[in-house]
Design a protein around this ligand. Structure first.
Ligand code: NAD
Length: 500
C-alpha cells in the first residue's frame, strides 16, 4: 500500500466492496463447510445486507475440531516445541496480521457495525498486541524449585491443560477472542474457538492467517455457529477447559454443562452494570463528564465495563448533567465506514429491539434527558441515539439490568456511604469508578467497591496487557490479560525426586 493513501470513507468503502469473504470453518488446517452443509446468513448491521454465508457447525464438526486439537496436542507439534520456537511462530503470525490490519478492520466494522476509527485503533491493533504480549511471555515464565527435605528435589511446574475451547461474544469480536486464544496458545494448548454468530468473520480470517504463518494444523480451529454449537463444546468430554466471555445467564449454563460432563475447567468473563461515582470534590467536572459519556457511548454502549450507572452527588447534579448532555451530543450515529464517525450500528435486530425495549421501560420509570430513538433508519442499518435517563429509584429496571446499549441511568446520592451502598447493590462486580480530589477518599472508596477493576479520576483506562481483567460476584471468575491469564490455561504439577 502506498503510504500516502488517504484512508477516508471512500477508501474504506472501496476496500469493503473488494473483500472476498471465506466464511467456512477452519478445522485441522483446512477451510471446510459444515459436515451437513448448513450455513447461516451473516448480516451487516451497517445496512442490513447479507455479507456472507457462514458455516453453521454441528456435532460432527465439533467432534472433528476437538479431535484435531487433541491429536495436535498429543503429538506435541505445538506444546512440545522449544518455547522460543513457539514464541517465534506467534510473533510471525502477529506480523502477518499487522500486514492485514486494514482488511481485518474493515471486516470487523462490516460484521459488528463498529466505527472504522475504532477497529483500526483499538480492536485489531489490540488483538495483535495481545498475541505479541503472550508470545513474549512464553520463554520468560519458569517454574519453581520448592523448599523440601534434603533427600528430595521438589519441582513445581506448569503444563498446558490440553484442549481449550473458547466461546466469545460479539462486542469486540477479535479482541475478546484474542484475550482467550493468545494466552491459551502461548501456554502450549490446542484451541477450538467458537466466535459469536453475530460476528464470526475476523476469527475465521485470523485462523487462516495463523496457518499461513506456519502454525501446525489442528492447533487453532475455528467453528462458527450459534449457542447450540457453544453448548456442544461445553458438554464435550474431550475439552479440558472452556474459556467463556458472554452473558451471565449463558455463563451459568456453561458451568452446569461442565458439571454434567467432564468437569472441564471453566473460566467466565460475564456481564456488568458498572457504577461511576462523581463526588462533589471531583477534580475536573468537564473531564469527568466527557469520560462519563464515553464510558457509556463508546462502542454504542456494547461494553461489559460500560459505566451504565452514573452516580452523581446532589450538590453538583445540575451542573454535571448539563456538561454530560453536552458531551453526549458529540456521539452521533453515523456511517461506520467513515473515519469521522463516533458511533456505529447496534450489532443486530435482536439487540436493537432489546435496547429499544429497555428505553421504553425507562420512559415508564424515569425521566428521559436525551435521545431515546432509533436513528438513520433509511440506511437499512440498526442505529440508536445516545440516551440518558434521570432515575430516582435505583431499583428501576434500567438501573439494575445490563442493557448493553447506549443507555445511561443517572442516579443521585447525598453521602459517600449511600453512593457505595447503591454501587455495590448489584449482582455484578466487573468495574467501578470514583472521582474525587481526596487521596484518602479515593483509596477508601476503591477498597469498598466490590469490582474487579476500579478507576480513580478516569474511566476505561489501562489498555495495557499488564492488568488482570475480570469480575467479582456474577461478573465471572478468573481473569483475562496479564500473566494471571496465562496461569489459567495451565495445570500445576508437583514433581518430587528422591535423591537417595
Ligand atoms: P451471549 O452469552 O449471548 O453469547 C456469548 C457466546 O456464547 C456466543 O458465542 C454465543 O453463541 C454462545 N452461547 C449462547 N448460548 C450458549 C450456550 N447455551 N452454551 C454455550 N455457548 C452459548 O453473550 P453476547 O450477547 O454474545 O455478549 C454480550 C454479553 O457478553 C454481555 O453480558 C457482556 O457483558 C458480556 N461481555 C463480558 C465481557 C467481560 O470480559 N466480562 C466482555 C465482553 C462481553
Amino acid at each position: 500500500m502506498d503510504t500516502k493513501t488517504v484512508k477516508d470513507v471512500q477508501y474504506w468503502k472501496t476496500f469493503a466492496g473488494s473483500l472476498k469473504i471465506d466464511a467456512r470453518a477452519l478445522i485441522d488446517g483446512q477451510s471446510v463447510d459444515a459436515a451437513d452443509g448448513k450455513t447461516f446468513d451473516c448480516v451487516s448491521p451497517i445496512d442490513g445486507k447479507v455479507l456472507a454465508q457462514v458455516a453453521d457447525c454441528g456435532e460432527a464438526d465439533i467432534d472433528r475440531a476437538v479431535s484435531a486439537a487433541r491429536r495436535s496436542f498429543e503429538q506435541g507439534v505445538w506444546a512440545g516445541l522449544n518455547p522460543r520456537k513457539r514464541k517465534a511462530a506467534m510473533l510471525r503470525w502477529a506480523a502477518l496480521l499487522r500486514d492485514h490490519a486494514d482488511e481485518l478492520s474493515v471486516l470487523e466494522t462490516l460484521d459488528a457495525g463498529k466505527p472504522i476509527g475504532d477497529t483500526t485503533s483499538v480492536d485489531i491493533p489490540g488483538a495483535i498486541y495481545c498475541i505479541e504480549w503472550f508470545a513474549e511471555a512464553i520463554d520468560k515464565v519458569g517454574g519453581e524449585v520448592a523448599p523440601v527435605d534434603h533427600h528430595l528435589v521438589g519441582l513445581v511446574t506448569r503444563e498446558p491443560i490440553g484442549v481449550v475451547a473458547a466461546v466469545v461474544p460479539w462486542n469486540f469480536p477479535l479482541l475478546m477472542a484474542s484475550w482467550k486464544f493468545a494466552p491459551a496458545l502461548a501456554a502450549g494448548n490446542s484451541v477450538v474457538l467458537k466466535p459469536s454468530e453475530k460476528s464470526p468473520l475476523t476469527a475465521i480470517r485470523v485462523a487462516q492467517l495463523a496457518l499461513e504463518a506456519g502454525m501446525p494444523a489442528g492447533v487453532f480451529n475455528v467453528v462458527p455457529g450459534f449457542g447450540a454449537t457453544g453448548k456442544l463444546l461445553a458438554l464435550h468430554m474431550d475439552v479440558d477447559c472452556l474459556a467463556f466471555t458472554g452473558s451471565t445467564a449463558v455463563g451459568k449454563q456453561i458451568m452446569q454443562c461442565a458439571g454434567q460432563s467432564n468437569l472441564k475447567r471453566v473460566w467466565l468473563e460475564l456481564g456488568g452494570k458498572s457504577p461511576n461515582i462523581v463526588l462533589p470534590d471531583c477534580p475536573d467536572l468537564d473531564r469527568a463528564a466527557s469520560s462519563a459519556a464515553s464510558a457509556i457511548f463508546y462502542n454504542m454502549g456494547e461494553m461489559c465495563t460500560a459505566g451504565s450507572r452514573l452516580l452523581v452527588h446532589r450538590d453538583i447534579k445540575d451542573v454535571f448533567i448539563e456538561k454530560l448532555l453536552a458531551a453526549a451530543a458529540s456521539y452521533r450515529p453515523g456511517d461506520p465506514l467513515d473515519p469521522s464517525t463516533s458511533m456505529g450500528a447496534i450489532v443486530d435486530t435482536i439487540q436493537l429491539e432489546r435496547v429499544l425495549s429497555y428505553i421504553e421501560s425507562g420512559r415508564q420509570q424515569a425521566t428521559l434527558l436525551c435521545g431515546g430513538s432509533r436513528a438513520l433508519e433509511d440506511s437499512g442499518g440498526y442505529y440508536i441515539e445516545p440516551t440518558v435517563f434521570d432515575v430516582t429509584d435505583p431499583a428501576a429496571r434500567i438501573a439494575r439490568e445490563e442493557i448493553f446499549g447506549p443507555v445511561l441511568s443517572v442516579l443521585t446520592f447525598d453521602s459517600v456511604d449511600e453512593a457505595i451502598r447503591i454501587a455495590n447493590d448489584s449482582e455484578y462486580g466487573l468495574a467501578a469508578a470514583v472521582w474525587t480530589s481526596n487521596l484518602t477518599t479515593a483509596h477508601e472508596v476503591s477498597r469498598r467497591l466490590r469490582a474487579g477493576t476500579v478507576w480513580v479520576n478516569c474511566y476505561d483506562e489501562g489498555g495495557d496487557m499488564n492488568f488482570p481483567f475480570g469480575g467479582y460476584k456474577q461478573s465471572g471468575n478468573g481473569r483475562d490479560k496479564s500473566l494471571h491469564a496465562l496461569e489459567k490455561y495451565t495445570e500445576l504439577k508437583s514433581t518430587l525426586l528422591r535423591l537417595r
